[in-house]
Design a protein around this ligand. Structure first.
Ligand SMILES: [Zn+2]
Length: 433
């Protein structure tokens, strides 16, 4: 049942509505009914918002929900629950499942599983190429018809310039986005971490940031050639940020995201050989991290995306070179951004919400998400305590996995309530189902 709830005296941070003020917000019939000071609760339950922030529900451009095929790592239901626990109301699910989401049937299956779970809107991404093999294009038109807005071979990078060109041409024709995991295979063969001082010190094979940047440069040229919409995901290298900025200045239709872990962690953290810190693309240098932070602040990087990548415990309990890359991220993303960027004075809170909700919703064309939280709009929202401190991993994750790169770290900012169309999916910090 949708609730009837009055949040009294909450700080409403709603960039799309141009709001940042302490106010009352009344939720009724799945919608925001009224916003303003001193609202009459009527029959609504009253929740005191003292010191709390309300924002439009977060939107993730990049999450691996693993189903179908890898249900021992995560399912659409547990991934949706993790998303809700992290304040998300919409996530884009990556297509590297088994079978691959390279056709409308798998897309429908994922969406049906998400509807059944009812915890978060899940927008399945479609593969660019069949079986993610980088050769034959999928039926982008058929999947676009089925509602797919974003196409990616994520985990793989489309190596062929010809295939990428064709994908961007189709993307233009069907008004969808091509999302690239930018990584030149020849430059990154056998990689374990970022190439640099620490890869030499640790004796691990490195991949240079240039493995990403050469693909970003090529794809920008192809975006210009085709007029297709390009999205660069999990940007990790300083030079990539510079190219993206130049591309935007030229008016190219390009957007980009960055992960919380690339904004917060460094290649030098790998001196512990902690497999939870092995991610793809790898954690890079302080210079790269600083450029990513600046890029997010300036808006050259449009969004924070989690690259939530759950693994079974035994997957990560292997030697470093055998362990698969990836970190879970949905339940820590907001706190990492608040702790590392907002509290550090590098990003204002409204800009943080813009990058985690408003812009990703626009990239995906999700009109119900990203605010504005104004009367008559769907009540997709998060309420969090920006001051609450906690230690990542101290409580059970809602995700099936526990491979968090932030495991054991102190973070500030805790999600208390998440609402999807006026119904609590998380209440007082606990998923409602
Ligand atoms: Zn990727």
């Amino acid at each position: 049942m949708p609730e009837r709830t009055l949040f009294r005296g909450v700080r409403l941070v709603d960039p799309a509505g141009g709001q940042d003020a302490v106010t009352d917000v009344l939720i009724e019939d799945e919608q925001v009914q009224a916003v303003g000071p001193g609202l009459d609760p009527g029959r609504a339950e009253v929740l005191e918002g003292d010191g709390l922030v309300m924002a439009p529900g977060l939107v993730d451009l990049h999450a691996h929900l693993r189903e179908p095929g890898y249900e021992h790592k995560e399912t659409v239901e547990t991934g949706s629950r993790a998303a809700a626990a992290g304040g998300y109301t919409a996530v884009c699910a990556m297509p590297n499942t088994d079978p691959v989401a390279d056709n409308a049937a798998v897309v429908m299956e994922v969406r049906n599983l998400a509807d059944k779970a009812g915890l978060c809107d899940v927008l399945p991404a479609g593969a660019i190429t069949r079986e993610l093999a980088g050769e034959a294009l999928t039926d982008i038109g058929e999947m676009a018809e089925a509602g797919v807005r974003l196409f990616t071979d994520d985990h793989n990078c489309v190596q062929s310039s010809r295939v990428m060109r064709l994908a961007l041409e189709y993307a233009k024709a069907f008004d969808v986005v091509v999302c690239q995991h930018a990584q030149d295979e020849a430059l990154s063969e056998g990689w374990q971490m970022n190439e640099g001082h620490y890869s030499a010190l640790l004796g691990l094979t490195g991949a240079p940031g240039a493995a990403e940047t050469v693909i970003v440069a090529r794809d920008l040229a192809l975006a210009r050639l085709t007029g297709g919409r390009l999205h660069v995901t999990h940007t990790s290298a300083a030079d990539s940020v510079e190219l993206l900025g130049a591309g935007k200045q030229r008016g190219l239709r390009v957007t980009a995201d960055v992960t919380p872990h690339h904004l917060a962690l460094l290649d030098e953290d790998l001196v512990s050989y902690d497999t939870f810190l092995k991610v793809n693309p790898p954690l890079r240098s302080a210079e790269d991290r600083d450029a990513l932070r600046l890029g997010l602040g300036s808006g050259v990087l449009d969004a924070v995306a989690t690259d939530h990548a759950p693994h079974a415990a035994e997957d990560k309990e292997q030697e470093f070179d055998q362990a698969p890359p990836g970190t879970i991220g949905l339940e820590t993303a907001l706190a990492v951004v608040l702790t590392e960027l907002v509290d550090a004075g590098l990003l204002g809170l409204p800009d943080a919400i813009d990058r985690m909700s408003v812009r990703p919703a626009r990239i995906l064309g999700l009109e119900e998400h990203g605010g504005p939280l104004t009367p008559g709009r769907p009540a997709n929202l998060v309420v969090f305590d920006p001051e609450a401190e906690w230690t990542a991993g101290e409580r059970r994750w809602a995700s099936m996995a526990r491979n968090s790169a932030f495991d054991g770290r102190r973070l500030r900012g805790r999600v208390l309530h998440t609402m999807l169309r006026g119904t609590f999916t998380v209440r007082d910090g606990e998923p409602t189902r």
